[in-house]
Design a protein around this ligand. Structure first.
Ligand SMILES: [Zn+2]
Ligand SMILES: [Zn+2]
Length: 66
């Protein structure tokens, strides 16, 4: 039996769909799944992260447009 862990899923910022943790783009809407630091390029998939954990720069707000 395939006991696949569901712990590494990441959520789309746009449509809130769950995607595999290694995905780069949402399987439903095609949005980027990671925030990217404009200063150092560090990526974060944490929806709660407001600042880069490497350099402290503020992440660009990805607007949740309706
Ligand atoms: Zn999406
Ligand atoms: Zn940074």
């Amino acid at each position: 039996m395939d006991t696949k862990q569901a712990g590494s899923l990441i959520r789309c910022f746009g449509c809130k769909a769950y995607n595999e943790g290694n995905s780069k783009y949402c399987l439903l809407c095609g949005s980027k799944l990671h925030k990217e630091c404009v200063d150092c390029g560090t990526k974060s998939a944490d929806h709660l992260a407001l600042h880069c954990t490497e350099c402290g720069a503020k992440f660009e707000v990805i607007a949740d447009r309706k």
